[in-house]
Design a protein around this ligand. Sequence first.
Ligand code: ZN
Ligand code: ZN
Length: 298
Amino acid sequence: MAQPPNPYAALTPTEAESSGPFEPETLLPLINRALPLAQALPSQSPLVAVGRGSSGRTFLGVNVELPGLSPLHSIHAGQFLVVHLALNNERTLNCLAFSSNGSYFDPPCPHCCQLLQEIRNASSTKLLITDPSRQRDMSLSTYLPQKYFSLYNEVPKYFFARLLDENRNNGLTLINPNPIRDCLDSEICNHLGCRALKAANRSYAPYSKSPSGVALMDFQGRVYSGWSIESVANPILGAAQAALVDFMTNGGGHEFNNIVRGFLVEKRDAKLSHLATAREILNKIAHFSFILRVLHCQ
Ligand SMILES: [Zn+2]
Ligand SMILES: [Zn+2]
């Protein structure tokens, strides 16, 4: 039986081009398609982020409030978008838009703005705004809280080339590789330990120097992964939430309780451990039999 189309799928460069310029009217169908994917609490609005990368592809992000967990663990639409770009090896973001209804386009919240600011050439990213008192395309940095300007100015610019870099490798190896010693090719295998290590090696953690990666397996044996992403201004997207973005965008629309196993890789002496947060989130939303194993790396 034919699979239904993936509602999170990126628009290809051809599809994006044929849909027209990056403007409210042409983005409306995409926003309408994405709004039902948002998982907002009744008190909150669904929000969609749309980003067009330098490859010409257009990606979606939605806000995801995880049931029964603190809002601190929610995935913001802009964070979802950054992970979606990273999972698809997109390198920069040319255009960006946020909307909760397809009619009005607003700036991202400070959390999302800080994370998006870490993307290579973010100062050139055009942000679509529908505000009669402003021009339509604003620079993303316009919305960066003033107090963070000096912080960003102090960060070496080469850091920002690393957030979206499919070739980044933190050079981490497992301290005790026993769980995956029978692996013949860790580049293409589906071992959870190998995938979590691979994810940790792509983690963007230049400030805490505490990279981490998570790999999750569902009932069907399919594996999803994600890595932590930091910003100098401090909001961190954890590896567990990033792996959940992979699950949502590639998991066929299944509920989180289809997730049955997980591995987390981080440094044993990590200044910032992601383990407690990952456990709290996954133990709450994954299958009741879910177990998160930890592998330490160096
Ligand atoms: Zn946000
Ligand atoms: Zn392997």
